[in-house]
Design a protein around this ligand. Sequence first.
Ligand SMILES: [Zn+2]
Length: 311
Amino acid sequence: MKKLTKNLLIFLSVFYLLFMTGCSLKSAPASSNGIDKKEKSKTTQTLNKSDEKAETSKENTNGDTKTDTNSSAESNNTTTNNPIEMKDNTESIPVLTYHSVGNTNGNQLIISPELLDKEMQWLKDNGYTTLTLAEAYRFFSENKPVPKKSVVLTFDDGYVDNYTHMYPILKKYGFKATIFVITDSVDKNSAYLTSTQLKELESNGIAIESHTVDHKKLETLSYQNQLEEMKNSKLFLEGLLKKKVDYIAYPFGTYNDATLQAAKEAGYTMALSMDQGWSNKNNGIYKLHRVYISAFYDMNTFEKRVTNPQY
Ligand SMILES: [Zn+2]
């Protein structure tokens, strides 16, 4: 009996203990759940925040790569998705020289709109970037890299057909170009661009720069006269276009030592000759070479001049 009572007592105590523990176990989760929820939400917030941080830092770390990929995808919307290859100024750029655009046969200075279109189409299809002279200047003088496939399009003399024929073609491809204008012909000779056309071109990606006042052979003039030709054309265009005119192409592409000095004194930062070849900073920033594009060249010759620095 005694043993039985003892066992019963033990059983009851164990039962009581279990019951009490059970209560506390039951009640405890209720309260601890409350805390848990708050804590959990706090923790989750913290985690979320740190996740955000982690994401942000991830974005930051990948930022450059991301931007590069995006920008190259944007600007390289031609045939390939590869990032654009850049070049530094130990290398050269082809600066193409055109003049008139029209349908006159037999003049190598007057390229037909059809052929010009074909050449521009080729540049577009082959992933070329057209640079402004300002971009070319930063490349030569500050070594700001440019795409490997860069080209500068220049048109000498400022013929009115640059507005009627060249401008619509370049617009179609979204290309930039520069026209070197003989300022004494503006609004005076109907074969040349008017001041209204010059303003429109300037504000639509076709930069207007100087080709002197009178298109004289500079090297035949005195230093003072060379300086006037360059200064006065610069002043005229700056007044008309309300911008700084920093670049000049020498008439006939010819020059002497005084020309280079006068161009600098007149306030130009870069000048172009007609010495044949791709432009390289080692040529000198006041007599950069250009690539002549005759109206008589076929597509093979054109491609060779644009793709091969030793064409
Ligand atoms: Zn000229």
